[in-house]
Write a protein that binds this ligand. Structure first.
Ligand SMILES: [Zn+2]
Ligand SMILES: [Zn+2]
Length: 245
C-alpha cells in the first residue's frame, strides 16, 4: 500500500557548529511531529554522530528518521547522502574523517555537541566539521552509491556551497539521484527554473539550523515505506512511487 509521507530530510542537529545548540534529536523529533511531518532526515556537516540517537528517539515517538550526512567536497559543494543501514553511513563518515583537515575553534564556529536521547551531553566533536574535505565531488558521489546510499545535491539554488554556485554546472557523468532546492523557492517554480534544464528529480527540504525552521519546507513522497530505496523509486517515478507536487 502506498501512502503520502511528508518528508523534511535535511535537518541539522547541535553537532553542526552553525546550528542552534538546543537542536537535540529529541527536540527535533518533537518539533517535526508538531509540524505534522511523517519522516525526517538528519544531515550534519561531515559527521553523523547524532544519527543513532535521533533514530532511537524517532522509533520511540513513532516518527521515521533517515540517517544522513551533508558532505563538503574539495570544490566546497554540499552533498546530501542518505543510508538505511548505519553501518554504511559510518563507513562514509570514516572516509570523511580521514579526509577532513583541521580542528574546530568553538569560539569562532560554535560547539559541536554529541547528545543522547534525553539531551545529556556526551561530548564535543573536535574536528573542523564546517570545513571542506579533500575529497573530489565525483569520488564522494561514487562512494555513496557503492555503499548503497542516495545522493542529493544540496540547495542548488543558493550561491554558496551549491553545485551550481561553485561549479556553475553539473559535471557530465556525475550520477546524482536528485537536486534539493531551498525553502525560498517552491517546487513548482524550481521545476520551471531547474527541472527541465538539468533533467534531474527535484526535492525541497528545510536545511533547518533552528527548531523553528524544522519542516519549513518539505517534499511529499508517495511511497510504501520510509526508506531510501522507496525514496529513490519515487524520485525516478518507478513502481507507482512518485514525488507529489
Ligand atoms: Zn549545505
Ligand atoms: Zn545543511
Amino acid at each position: 500500500m502506498l501512502r503520502k509521507f511528508e518528508a523534511d530530510l535535511h535537518i541539522h542537529t547541535c553537532l553542526s557548529p552553525c546550528c542552534e545548540s538546543k537542536m537535540s534529536p529529541r527536540r527535533i523529533v518533537e518539533q517535526a511531529k508538531l509540524k505534522g511531518l511523517d519522516m525526517i532526515g538528519i544531515c550534519d556537516h561531515n559527521s553523523a554522530e547524532n544519527v543513532v540517537c535521533a533514530k532511537k528517539v524517532g522509533k520511540k515517538e513513532g516518527l521515521a528518521v533517515i540517517g544522513g550526512i551533508e558532505v563538503t567536497s574539495q570544490e566546497e559543494v554540499h552533498i546530501l547522502a542518505f543510508f538505511d543501514e548505519d553501518e554504511d553511513l559510518f563507513e562514509l563518515a570514516d572516509l570523511i574523517y580521514e579526509n577532513l583537515p583541521g580542528i574546530n575553534d568553538e569560539r569562532v564556529f560554535g560547539e559541536q555537541i554529541v547528545v543522547n536521547e534525553v539531551d545529556d551531553v556526551l561530548g564535543f566533536n573536535k574536528r573542523l566539521l564546517i570545513g571542506a574535505t579533500v575529497l573530489p565531488l565525483q569520488q564522494i558521489v561514487e562512494r555513496i552509491h557503492s555503499l548503497g546510499g542516495l545522493v542529493i545535491a544540496s540547495h542548488v539554488d543558493r550561491e554558496s556551497f551549491s553545485i551550481i554556485g561553485q561549479l556553475g554546472f553539473i559535471p557530465d557523468g556525475l550520477e546524482l539521484d536528485g537536486l534539493e532546492v531551498s525553502p525560498r523557492l517552491s517546487l513548482e517554480k524550481a521545476q520551471l527554473e531547474f527541472g527541465q534544464a538539468l533533467g534531474l528529480p527535484l526535492v525541497t527540504f528545510s536545511d533547518a539550523h533552528t527548531l523553528e525552521d524544522v519542516g519549513k519546507s518539505f517534499t511529499s513522497f508517495l511511497i510504501g515505506e520510509a526508506n531510501t530505496k522507496e525514496i529513490r523509486k519515487a524520485l525516478f517515478g518507478q513502481d507507482g512511487r512518485r514525488v507529489m507536487i
